[in-house]
Ligand binder design. Structure first.
Ligand SMILES: NC(=O)c1ccc[n+]([C@@H]2O[C@H](COP(=O)([O-])OP(=O)(O)OC[C@H]3O[C@@H](n4cnc5c(N)ncnc54)[C@H](OP(=O)(O)O)[C@@H]3O)[C@@H](O)[C@H]2O)c1
Length: 330
């Protein structure tokens, strides 16, 4: 044991800038990197709101700075002196100047240009379905973003997860929360869309692999969990774990589009027409990615099952919370 180099000591001199580090994936990525000893510069729009990240590292290991991907100079300043830059910035709906292209396409390019200027390695978080010819603006901007990133930093690693689950996810939590008060849950397009939910800890492990040069330069890895499930099966799973009985109502795409048109004006819309468009395409790891070794398994990461994790945070949506009900008594 004595002869083994201490990996955390070896990494203390390496600085990693994480854009979008204050989000869901961000906290898990930062925790994984801190455990490996790296120094982290979190580049966020409001550094004063990134205090929740501090306990993930040692005193002084994480430092927050201001950067907005729509302002290339702030992006460049945040990359100064970094050995690696990681872009986790993304949005699910457009608001004001937060447009898909500005953030996910040209914003991503700014990060790649900054990485290139400082000779830093780059890891870019995209999404399965990223396609510059997609009808959905989210998927199209992700596709253009990937292209611009690889043009500016050809050795970058692109990671494309399917839907990501974990304690703070906006997917299983959202439906479990809805099931608390809604008498029925909607199955957009009949609920046939297929997903391959991937654990946030596994996505963070893939980021670490890319940071440490264990991915193929210039490649796009597709990250999926061990199982493919339809939207309907996922809803049934959430209802089973949260011990709720709810009607599952099939909602044809046209009806969902109409509903989403109205919902999109809410401050945090539960559904937008663009998201309905996304639901028309399966969200699973492609055969090409498997064949070419661009998967979690190829990185030596054993994908974690949803059953092993989701009940550990969905229990709070049960009527009885963490307690078992026996003969009608908790
Ligand atoms: N979660 C999933 O299921 C999933 C699946 C596939 C792909 N992805 C991708 O993974 C990445 C991270 O997702 P997530 O779930 O962690 O999202 P998230 O929780 O919404 O975090 C997104 C981050 O982006 C930041 N951000 C937004 N606009 C910005 C801007 N103009 N400049 C700088 N920062 C900005 C947010 O900070 P503010 O607090 O300033 O808004 C936040 O830190 C995204 O690219 C997403 O598309 C996620």
């Amino acid at each position: 044991m004595e002869n083994q180099p201490d990996i955390t000591q070896a990494n203390v001199d390496k600085l990693i800038t994480v854009y979008g580090g204050s989000g869901f994936l961000g906290r898990h990525v930062i925790r994984a990197l801190c455990k490996r000893g790296y120094r982290i510069r979190v580049a966020v729009r409001r550094p004063e709101l990134a205090g929740h990240l501090q306990p993930l590292g040692r005193v002084g290991q994480i430092h927050a700075v201001q950067a907005n991907l729509r302002y290339p100079r702030s992006v460049e300043a945040a990359a100064r002196g970094a050995d690696v830059v990681i872009n986790l910035v993304g949005i699910l709906f457009e608001r004001g100047r937060q447009r898909f292209d500005a953030v996910q396409a040209f914003g991503a390019e700014s990060v790649a240009l900054a990485a290139s200027a400082y000779g830093a390695r780059m890891v870019h978080m995209s999404a399965i379905g990223a396609d510059e010819n997609a009808i959905s603006s989210y998927a199209r901007s992700k596709g253009i973003g990937e292209k611009l990133v690889l043009a500016a930093r050809p050795a970058a690693t692109v990671l494309r997860p399917s839907v990501v689950f974990g304690p703070e996810d906006d997917f299983l939590n959202r439906f479990a929360s809805l099931a608390r008060f809604a008498p029925a849950l909607p199955l957009v397009g009949g609920g046939h869309t297929r997903f391959q939910p991937v654990y946030v800890g596994d996505v963070a492990a893939a980021v670490v692999a890319a940071v440490e040069g264990r991915t193929k330069a210039g490649s796009a890895y597709e990250l999926g969990g061990p199982e493919v499930r339809t939207f309907k099966e996922l809803m049934q799973y959430v209802l089973a774990v949260t011990e709720r009985k709810r009607l599952l109502v099939s909602l044809p795409f046209a009806v969902a589009e109409l509903q989403a048109w109205f919902l999109q004006f809410l401050p945090k819309p539960p559904l937008t027409p663009d998201q309905v468009e996304l639901l028309k395409t399966d969200n699973v790891v492609s055969d090409a990615a498997r064949r070419e070794g661009r998967t979690l398994e190829a990185l030596g990461i054993a994908a974690t099952a949803m059953e092993a994790i989701a009940p550990t945070y969905l229990w709070r949506f049960r009527k009885s919370g963490q307690f078992k009900v026996k003969n009608g008594v908790t």
